[in-house]
Structures are given as C-alpha cells and as structure tokens.
Design a protein around this ligand. Structure first.
Ligand code: NAD
Length: 460
C-alpha cells in the first residue's frame, strides 16, 4: 500500500514547483508521452481496477469498463487534439491596430490540486488529470477515502508510473483534504457535494486560487406523452439504477404527464424485471450502497410517499432494491435533498408549465432530461430552464461526448471539463499583442493639444 505522510505535503508541492520551473511540462512531446504513460498504466491495471470497484461498490465489471476504465477514450481524444489545442491562436485586430498582430498563447497554470468523490472514484480523478497533463501542469490528486480500495489502486498506479515531483497522490479523508487546502495551488479542481464545494471555495479564496467545482443536486426528468415508451423506460431505468443510483447526473426525480403516468410505471416495472430479474439482490449486474451512512440516509427516504416498485433492503449488504415512489410531497426530505441512490420519485403534471415552474423554483440542476419528440416542447424547455447540461430522449449519455463541456451552473457547479474544456480549465490564455517599428503615429502622445477633435471624430 502506498501512503503519503501528511507532514510531507509541503515538500511534495515544493518539489512539484521546482519541477514545473524546469519547463519540462511545457514541452508538448513530454505531455503526449505522459498521456500515453497514463493510458498504459490503466491498461496494465485493468483487472485491479475492476476488483477495487467490486470491493468498494459491488460495481459490475461491465459498468466499471464503460464508466471508469472507459476514461481511456478521453486520453485518446486529448492525444489526438493536443497539437491544435496548444498552438497559439491568431486573434483579429481592428483597422486602427493595423501595425499590430495579436495571438493567444495557452500556458499551463503550474501545480494543481484535484479532489475526487467516491461514486465513480477512478474516472472522476483520472478525467481531470488528463486535462491537467494535456495543459502542461504538475498535479496532486486526492481520491475519496470512502472508495477505499480504488483510492489505493490510484495511489499505486501513480507511484509506479509517475515521478512524484510531477504527479503525486495524497490519500486520506477530511484531514488530508484540509492540509492540502491550507497550501497554495494554481488551480483546484473539486468533484463532490455542494456543502463541501463551499468549503473548497472558501479555502481557495485565501490565495485567490481559481476553482472548478463539479457538484451535484437534483436533476429532473420530464416525460411527455409524445415518446417511444419502451425506449423511454429503458433509458430512464438505466440512467437511474446504474451504480445503484449513485451518479451525479442520474435522473433524481420524474415529472410525468399524468396521461402517461400509468403506462410509464407499468413499463418501468417490466423493464426492471428484464434488467435485474425478479430479485435484484441476486443480480450480478446491480451495485450496492457505498457506506452505512449513505445506506441509512437512503432508507429514511423510503418513508416518504408510497413505494410502488421495489422498496426491499438488506442492511448486511447495503442493498436497496431499485425503487419507484409515488405520491411524494415537495416538502418531503426525498424532494428536498439530492437522492444519490436507487430511489425514483414520480411527480405528475397536467400542464408542462407546472413542471417547468417547479424546476425553476429550485437550485439550477446539473442535468435536465426531457423525453419528448415534440420539437416545440424541446425548444420551450431549453429556453425556459437553466441547467448544467440537457439530454433529450436519453439519460447520462451526455457525459460521454468529449466535445461537450461538462459542468454545472449555480449550485450544481462552476466551470466545466472534458475534451478541449479540460485543456482550457487547466490553462491560462495569455494574450500577446505585438507592434512593429515601421511606423509610430503620434495621436496618443502628449502634448495633446490639437489632437482631441480627431479623437472625438474617430469615436463618433
Ligand atoms: P463529498 O463532497 O463528501 O467529498 C468529496 C471529496 O471532498 C472527498 O475526497 C472528501 O474526502 C473531501 N471532503 C469531504 N469533506 C471535506 C471537508 N470538510 N473539507 C475538505 N474536503 C472534504 O462528496 P462525495 O460524497 O464523495 O460525492 C457525492 C457528491 O458528489 C454528490 O453530491 C454528487 O452529486 C457529487 N458529484 C458530482 C459530480 C459531478 O461531476 N458534478 C460527480 C460525482 C459526484
């Protein structure tokens, strides 16, 4: 097991600062080598990653491949585009700047800190790390202590494949996080809950450190009548119950047109049987709740409303069946907090304006889902609501598209990443203006006498 003494944090940062100063990370060839190195390390450790996630979350192997090891696709994308991302970009200048040229140079920020959560504990550390490497930074990463085995695997991979003066892992919980936050970084990238997000932002403010906060919240899912019911229930059930609902962009609750509610519930019931059999506790394809604390929190939600599908639990395994709840009140705790587990409340509406009004009365969500083929309704929901992202006629898949920046807005987060957005997040765009010596007009120099009328004329 690889552990870092918390008392060494200052040394690690100092070593990284010195390494950064050598300029080595500014070399694009070096960055590409390191991205390939990371990819190779993940491939080498595939089986250990699968086993760690099995132990932490009972995560099915297929889910680990598509949602954790699949981060390799982000590495390939970065390698493919890094030459164009790093190239200085020409910027236009207006006619009165005719003797100048302007360019934007992306430059690395320096030493960055990445703090991750436990729900996709591998991918949510590695994905921002790819951006940090591509942009030419050194990085310290702190995986979630709650996904204990995955944290160790990340530490082992990084220790084996990277110089700690370039990339280092600090394992541990709140104490480790707070020790790190007491230091100055050039950027902090945090994924986790909104409450801790506030602590991170306050700590960063002390040094004016820029932050990216990838937070959570309640992501609504509107279901209209103009749908393919079979596809709709399958896509909702998959997005909600993958990783036993512990997904930041899982549909948190459904807002369903009351004309289709009965059919939707029947469809969900049938679909869950197809996915997990008569008893999901015996299915190899269904995860468990990460910890006793989260299990207890979720079990309390089962008291709200009326359980119409599922509802069974097995405390010894931290198992909660895929559950659908009807007749919840908006004041119930299940409708006040992010659920982050396999419990899906259904709220019906008569007019879609009720659904939109409910969404707009709450903090801006990370994701918003709409199932409808009605183009006018699609347009209306896009126009009248605000959320980190939107996925129409599907759930969760938006996270897999590297060309789409991923992030929240308002309470669901600040900043974004994936693909080019990751590179931008960990870069500073340095504006460079260059003049030449072939001409030096005197309109801006003192003495100003006689020059004002011309300036006034030019400025209209
Ligand atoms: P969390 O906020 O409890 O913990 C995240 C990280 O912060 C962990 O590494 C933890 O050690 C550290 N931490 C916890 N308390 C701290 C404190 N007081 N001071 C400093 N650091 C502290 O989040 P979690 O429970 O691991 O993850 C669940 C939350 O994360 C959910 O709200 C979910 O929606 C959100 N999430 C968001 C995204 C996204 O991409 N936007 C992805 C996954 C999870």
């Amino acid at each position: 097991m690889i552990t870092t003494e918390l008392s060494n944090i200052g040394d690690i940062i100092q070593n990284q600062r010195e390494f950064f100063q050598t300029g080595k990370t500014k070399d694009v060839t070096f960055r590409i080598e390191q991205l390939k190195n990371l990819k190779q390390a993940i491939i080498e450790y595939k089986q250990s990653i699968v086993e760690a996630l099995q132990r932490d979350l009972h995560k099915p192997e297929l889910e680990t491949y598509i949602t954790e090891i699949g981060v390799i696709k982000e590495i390939d994308y970065a390698i493919k585009h890094i030459n164009s991302w790093t190239k200085p970009k020409k910027a236009a200048v207006s006619l009165d700047f005719f003797s100048y040229s302007a360019r934007i140079y992306p430059e690395p920020l320096g030493v960055v800190l990445i703090i991750g959560p436990w729900n996709y504990p591998f991918q949510l550390i590695i994905s921002p790390l790819i951006g940090a490497i591509a942009a030419g930074n050194c990085a310290i990463i702190k995986p979630s202590e709650i996904a204990f085995y995955t944290s160790h695997i990340i530490a082992e991979i990084v220790a084996k494949h990277f110089d700690p003066a370039y990339i280092a892992v600090v394992e541990g919980g709140v104490e480790a996080s707070q020790k790190l936050l007491a230091e100055k970084f050039d950027h902090i990238f945090f994924t986790g809950g909104t409450a801790v997000g506030k602590i991170i932002m306050a700590a960063a403010a002390k040094y004016l450190t820029p932050v990216t906060l990838e937070l959570g919240g309640k992501s609504p899912c509107i279901v209209d009548t103009d749908i393919n019911l079979e596809h709709t229930v399958r896509r909702i059930a998959w997005g909600k119950f993958i990783n036993a609902g512990q997904t930041c962009i899982a549909p948190d609750y459904l807002l369903v047109d009351k004309k289709i509610k009965k059919d939707l519930i029947a469809g969900l019931e049938k679909c869950l049987k197809e996915f997990y059999g008569d008893n999901p506790a015996n299915s190899p394809d269904y995860a468990r709740i990460i910890s006793q604390k989260h299990f207890d929190r979720l079990v309390n939600f089962l008291e709200d409303g009326e359980v119409i599908i599922g509802g069974k639990t097995k405390p010894s395994e931290r198992y909660i069946a895929p559950t659908v709840i009807d007749n919840v009140s908006l004041e119930d705790s299940i409708m006040q907090e992010e659920i982050f587990g396999p419990i899906l409340p259904i709220i019906e509406y008569t007019e879609v304006s009720e659904a939109i009004a409910l969404i707009n009365s709450r903090p801006k969500p990370l994701a918003l889902y709409l199932f409808s083929q009605n183009k006018n309704l699609q347009k209306r929901v896009l126009q009248e609501t605000s959320s980190g992202g939107v996925c129409i006629n599907d759930t969760v898949m938006q996270v897999g598209v590297s060309s789409l920046p991923f992030g929240g807005v308002g309470d669901s987060g600040t900043g974004n990443y994936h693909g080019k957005a990751s590179f931008d997040t960990f870069s500073h765009n340095k504006s460079v203006l260059k003049n030449s010596f072939w001409l030096d007009l005197k309109w801006r120099y003192a003495p100003y006498q006689g020059k004002l009328p011309l300036i006034k004329k030019l400025l209209g």
